[in-house]
Design a protein around this ligand. Structure first.
Ligand SMILES: O=P(O)(O)O[C@H]1O[C@H](CO)[C@@H](O)[C@H]1O
Ligand SMILES: O=c1cc[nH]c(=O)[nH]1
Length: 235
């Protein structure tokens, strides 16, 4: 059952996996939110845990940074561990001027400068979209909890340090809310394997303004996003 990247045994993952980029955020989520959390993977330091949230069995695992790393884990979780749905819980940089630090964004769709989804669709554009049922669950939970969220497009870039701002300028003009590095790849993998995926993001910095959260806050805060996402999974 073990894969080249995951040593967990058969049945070790729950049907639902939360997938932050940072493996230490995965550890923090397991320690803060899951009862009886058990560490089920440490290969490459990509920590994974399974435990219970208010009686629901849930797993959480780091994906690493960028579409290639995230795609490896997503594919192995869907195909080797029979995971049904993956929810990325990530950080992002705001693009639109009216978005503030710590705002929550639900990525209904994800643009990208990566070639992975064109490779999947014979060279053509693939509309990388969230699973509607998962998206609606989290949006409804946000409404019920009176947690403001923005729902829309993000852009998943290959380069964190881009040589020019052209892509961000065009994304801004086209209403793209934020930039991160995995959602479009995750949605492509989910589509390829007939599985479900959603990306929920907390704004950690603003690409137009000199504003950013510390690395510690990126690892150990984001409580509003975590509670919203986990509560949305309950019946
Ligand atoms: O905080 P995570 O979930 O890693 O997400 C964002 O942070 C990393 C870049 O700093 C990229 O992975 C980007 O998508
Ligand atoms: O990918 C990312 C994540 C956070 N902030 C950015 O500017 N880019």
């Amino acid at each position: 059952m073990a894969t080249p990247h995951i040593s967990a045994g058969s049945g070790a993952f729950a049907d639902t996996v939360l997938l932050p980029g940072d493996p230490l955020r995965a550890k923090f989520i397991a320690e803060q939110y899951l009862e009886q959390a058990e560490c089920i993977n440490q290969v490459r330091g990509m920590l994974a845990y399974t435990g219970n949230y208010k009686g629901l069995r849930v797993s959480v695992m780091g994906s690493g940074m960028g579409i290639p790393s995230c795609s490896i884990y997503a594919r192995e979780l869907y195909t080797e561990y029979e995971v049904k749905q993956i929810i990325r819980v990530g950080s992002c940089g705001a693009i639109q001027g009216d978005i503030q630090l710590n705002d929550i964004i639900l990525a209904m769709g994800a643009c990208t400068d990566s070639g992975v989804n064109r490779a999947r669709l014979a060279g053509h554009d693939f509309a990388a979209i969230a699973d509607y049922g998962l998206l609606k669950r989290v949006a409804d939970q946000a409404l019920a909890d009176q947690v403001p969220v923005r729902v829309g497009n993000v852009v998943s870039t290959d380069l964190f340090y881009a040589p020019s701002g052209e892509l961000m300028d065009r994304a801004d003009q086209m209403g793209v809310l934020a930039v991160e590095m995995e959602a479009a790849g995750l949605y492509g993998v989910a589509a390829e394997y007939g599985a479900k995926a959603l990306t929920v993001l907390t704004v950690s910095d603003h690409i137009r303004r000199d504003e950013q959260l510390s690395s510690d806050a990126r690892e150990r805060s984001f409580h509003s996003m975590m509670k919203l996402t986990l509560d949305a999974l309950l019946d």
